[in-house]
Write a protein that binds this ligand. Structure first.
Ligand code: SAM
Length: 285
């Protein structure tokens, strides 16, 4: 079937893969000092935000990503009080983080203020916790912010970044992870979105190697479905300063209070179960 202008298509020559969404109409496009942001109205996925031609967020399926970038890591930490999100300008991860009553402060460090302003306009439901007194929106480069962060000041660090190109490239390297280690407390945990286990396994193993080489004692992968991202299957990588087993705070009542659509105690357990081909790739790093 040939696709015309009434479809948004993200295609990738490296993977030989394309994904399309049927559009109502393009709503907005602008080029900021960092990237080109597109907003579309789709026929079946609500609004869609793209950055540099890559799908970022849709109204219909963003809950999968935002819930899985926040709740598994927060429920793996014994007392996540101070949380930092690098990137995440659509504010969906921030909203999920602030559902945890034990979180005392959460700062979102986003390089491009326009991502947040457009999200306020087209994805207001993702921004509904921005006025929470515990929330701080900081606009600037996460790499520099992390260099300057006070030592041992953060419990949970969520890297909700774009792909490792453009302004996000430096967020995937050893130097950045070393700054994260310095800023995390002794029982601190980092989680970084790590692309598709099917398409980007080399990147995932390189990330885990970089995390361990920079001094993290252990790394773990979790995975979840994500319709609008290449292959429809996505992952996040955890890195812990301590080699101790992760806390598993899977209190059913507390999880029900989060009011999630995808995340549950059973999903938490299942998300860390790896298919043999992924386990094999990560073995012996
Ligand atoms: N869920 C998305 C994905 O996996 O494709 C990521 C969404 S979020 C919109 C990614 C954000 O990271 C973007 O808004 C981008 O501006 C931000 N970003 C990229 N590089 C950054 C940096 N160096 N510091 C802070 N934010 C950065």
């Amino acid at each position: 079937m040939s696709l015309d202008q009434s479809w948004f298509t993200e295609s990738d020559d490296n993977t030989g893969l394309a994904f399309s969404l049927k559009l109502g109409q393009p709503v907005h496009s602008e080029t900021t000092p960092y990237q080109t942001i597109g907003i579309y109205r789709t026929e079946t996925f609500g609004y869609l935000m793209t950055i540099d031609g890559c799908t970022m967020v849709s109204t219909r399926d963003n809950f999968l990503y935002h819930e899985m970038m926040s709740h598994p890591v927060l429920n793996s930490h014994p007392a996540p009080k101070r949380v930092v999100i690098v990137g995440g300008g659509d504010c969906g991860t921030l909203r999920e983080v602030l559902k945890h009553p034990e979180v005392e402060s959460a700062v979102q460090v986003e390089i491009d203020e326009r991502v947040t302003r457009l999200s306020e306009q087209y994805f207001p439901e993702l921004c509904e916790s921005n006025e929470d007194p515990r929330a701080e929106l900081y606009f600037g480069d996460g790499i520099q912010w992390m260099k300057d962060a006070p030592a041992k000041s953060i419990d949970v660090l969520i890297i909700d970044s774009t792909d490792p190109i453009g302004p996000a490239e430096g967020l995937f390297g050893k130097r950045f992870y070393a700054d994260c280690i310095k800023a995390l407390k002794a029982d601190g945990i980092l989680v970084h979105q790590s692309e598709s286990p099917l398409l980007h396994l080399e990147l995932i193993t390189a990330m885990h190697r970089a995390m361990r080489d920079s001094g993290f004692a252990q790394t773990q992968l979790l995975h979840f479905p994500q319709t609008i991202y290449p292959s429809g299957w996505w992952s996040a990588s955890l890195a812990c300063k301590s080699g101790e087993p992760l806390a598993q705070r899977l209190d059913e009542a507390a999880i029900a209070a989060l009011n999630c659509r995808y995340y549950s105690a059973a999903i938490h357990r299942g998300a860390f179960a790896l298919p043999p081909f992924v386990e094999q790739a990560l073995k012996g790093l």
